[in-house]
Design a protein around this ligand. Structure first.
Ligand SMILES: [Zn+2]
Length: 109
């Protein structure tokens, strides 16, 4: 089983959640690279933005609305922020996750 299903969806890891619904979970990154670093995942195992199906539109919309709210907070606090998701060889775990980060880099990796 992959890291997200085991730790976040099944709840085996005690993470600091910022948002939770029937379809989406967002939490503070457990090993952040940036001062403010939040990760959002669908509860459904979707591999990446390259494997979306039409049925996934609602969950992606929910993640984007959440990212918009977080972006507003991050912009107010840090002037700006980055939002993204990785695909293929850029993904350490083959599970769709969006990230948003701002502030100083606090870790290399
Ligand atoms: Zn999985």
């Amino acid at each position: 089983m992959d890291w997200y299903c085991e730790n976040i969806i099944q709840g085996n890891l005690d993470v600091n959640k910022v948002y939770e619904s029937d379809t989406v979970v967002a939490f503070w990154h457990t090993k952040p690279f940036w001062e403010c670093h939040i990760v959002a995942v669908p509860r459904k195992h979707i591999i990446s933005m390259a494997s979306l199906e039409l049925d996934d539109v609602d969950v992606i919309t929910e993640i984007m609305v959440l990212m918009s709210k977080l972006a507003k907070e991050f912009e107010n606090k840090y002037v700006g922020c980055h939002i993204g998701t990785n695909v293929g060889s850029h993904q350490s775990t083959k599970y769709l996750h969006w990230y948003i980060y701002a502030g100083e880099r606090i870790r290399e990796g």
